[in-house]
Design a protein around this ligand. Structure first.
Ligand code: PMP
Length: 286
């Protein structure tokens, strides 16, 4: 069955939705995006995603006057039209159709291109990765230095995921100046004793919405989170590791560059945080 998608104010079957070949998102990667998880047909961490979208747009000077309430209405309508219960809503805003290829931004008033669609993910809550945990390799972080802006420039992230899979692993950790920045599409953490360690926020990493929620959840439960840099070697000696993202919640990591963690099985802290996160996300979903 074809999905109903949203494009520039209209809902239509996916094969009828068209974007110009001159669109800045297509030609220049000049676009930002968000992915909001849908659990039981409801949106999780919605406020965080809308707020980060606003920030990404502002940082790049892309003008889009859709309000928070309108975003919510579009998300909800797509969920309803497509009968989505478990998965996510992908949202992308580009600087629009410049009329021709040009490095200069198009004139003020050029409307942005706004596209949203649903994606089913039937195995978001279970599946082999959750059961067995994931194995990661480390790779140099060759991305640009505004990783705090959620742009669609994901080529390097795609390449390292392919590299990890070619090596028989699941994902990659970026390393810069000797320290882990983040995962290819997630924020990462190590666990030492009762303390969770994760890199502090800066322009070096995406300010994960799942990260922010997890930090709040941990604070409410007096679980200690230390925001500081860590190396691959420190991770290899840690008790556990895990990553977070909107589409994977809390995902246990069981191997880093060939070294097994927590006996090669998902660790108790990661498993507990995954349960608590999903429970809280469900409660707060709108
Ligand atoms: N870092 C990167 C590079 C990502 O692509 C993502 C997911 N989009 C994240 C972190 C996690 O962010 P969130 O929890 O908001 O999904």
């Amino acid at each position: 069955m074809s999905r109903i998608v949203y494009i520039n104010g209209e809902y239509m079957p996916e094969d009828e939705a068209k974007v110009s070949i001159f669109d800045r998102g297509f030609v220049m990667g000049d676009a930002v995006y968000e992915v909001t998880c849908v659990l039981d047909g409801k949106l999780t961490d919605f406020e965080g995603h809308v707020a980060r979208l606003g920030r990404s747009l502002k940082e790049l000077g892309i003008v889009c006057d859709i309000t928070r309430d309108e975003w919510l209405e579009i998300h909800r309508k797509l969920i309803e039209l497509n009968g989505l219960t478990l998965g996510g809503v992908y949202l992308q805003v580009s600087r629009g159709n410049a009329g021709d290829r040009d490095f200069h931004f198009p004139p003020a008033g050029t409307p942005p291109t706004v596209v949203l669609y649903t994606q089913e993910q039937p195995h978001m809550l279970d599946g082999p990765k959750v059961e067995k945990g994931v194995k990661v390799i480390s790779v140099p972080d060759l991305r640009w230095h505004r990783r705090d802006i959620k742009t669609v420039q994901l080529l390097y992230a795609s390449m390292v995921k392919m590299q990890a899979e070619a090596a028989g692993k699941d994902d990659a950790w970026f390393v810069e100046d000797g320290f882990v920045t983040e995962g290819s599409s997630n924020n990462c953490y190590i666990v030492k004793g009762n303390t969770i360690i994760t890199r502090p926020l800066s322009n070096d990493i995406l300010h994960g919405i799942t990260r922010a929620s997890l930090m709040r959840i941990c604070a409410e439960r007096q679980i200690k989170i230390e925001e500081r840099l860590f190396t691959v070697e420190e991770a290899q000696q840690a008790d556990e590791a895990f990553y977070t993202s909107a589409s994977s919640f809390v995902m246990p990591i069981v191997e880093v560059d060939g070294v097994a963690l927590s006996g090669g099985k998902p660790g108790p802290v990661a498993k507990h945080l995954r349960e608590v996160y999903i429970e809280e996300a469900r409660k707060a979903a709108i």
